[in-house]
Design a protein around this ligand. Sequence first.
Ligand code: AMP
Length: 417
Amino acid sequence: MITKQKGTYDIYGETAKKRAYINEILASLCEKYNYGYIETPVFEASELFHRGVGEATDMVQKETYDFKDRGNREITLRPEGTAGVVRWFVENKLYGNMSEPVKVFYNMKMYRYERPQSGRNREFTQWGFECFGSDDVLADAEVISLAYNAYRLLGLDNIVIKLNSLGDTASRNAYREALIAYFKPHIHELCEDCQNRLEKNPLRILDCKVDQESEILKKAPKTVDYLNEESKTRFTKLQELLDLMDINYVIDTNLVRGLDYYNHTVFEVVLDNSYALGGGGRYNGLVETLGGPSVPGVGFAMGYDRTLLAMEEHNIDIPIQNTIDLYLLYVSECEKETAAFIAQDVRLNGFICETDLLSKSLKAQFKSVERLNAKYLIVLNEEEIKKDRITIKDTVTKEEKSMPITDLIDYLDMNSR
Ligand code: AMP
């Protein structure tokens, strides 16, 4: 038997229905913020992620799915959404006319070679969005509000936004130097990965999963102490805007986020102090790093699967369609043809209709009516069909009504919606 790959899953049945419901809510919310839908390819040139996400990040060092295609090109399955969207933005020279910001959202599968566990898979979905062209702190607030409102609309009212600022490049560099100086004498007490991170990416030591509880990390210099005046003012303004929008946030000075491209705002969404359900921030240098001009950007990605898991754990009611409108029962060949004809008409008019595809007995077809939760049934009958008539039965009230076949759609319209 061929089984699915470790860290992957099939989406079907109730889960598929739940996801369709969530997709609808998220897409409709994005519309309100005027974000357009985008899908980028599953595979891209490896260089995009090496440059975009950062050579020294865990994601690029250990987690990407890399391979050479038959043309000997270095290919990587996308591990996150932002780099591909920036590639699209640069490739199409959308920076040429920036009289409005470019705002897009996506809902895409991502691939990371991680150790699978609950809420951590090798193939997983992220819903995310990016806003290019505005360096105004209101754009940061808008992105945080869109993320926040998404979880609220899904019923996860208790989420908290963890917020921090890394400051502009000058502030970030000053902080970087302070961290190197601070960690150097203690570095042998930290894990091997952190020892490697010291010179390449010292900020990443702060969110190391292994050394999370170490006193050395807890006493490390804080980002806020290294923000220059401009960055500080900006951070304060962001908090004022979030207060005005009634967004529940806490400042977490240890939050740096794993990827290289962030500056100023970084944030994560957490629930019950458990793992992050999503994260984002500002990335003003990324468009330039990927070959475009200097265009500011800010974005967010939701861990879709984790969010659904959290909804299930919190017993949030997800309305899913568990009934059908009509079941057509038949025995003879002539009745079967009428079933085919009626099913076609009923489905085209927007009703969910089923009929027997397994040559079942009439008794077994009645069992199907129950199993599928049909609201109405019609037992097709040759004598009636000759007169162009049918009898429809309400499965709950048991009421029956005889009518011309041509009246069926009107009847369903009046009674089913
Ligand atoms: P990141 O792109 O690493 O900032 O991740 C954004 C969000 O995606 C995280 O907060 C998680 O909720 C989710 N996520 C990241 N990696 C995985 C994974 N391997 N499996 C499932 N969800 C993930």
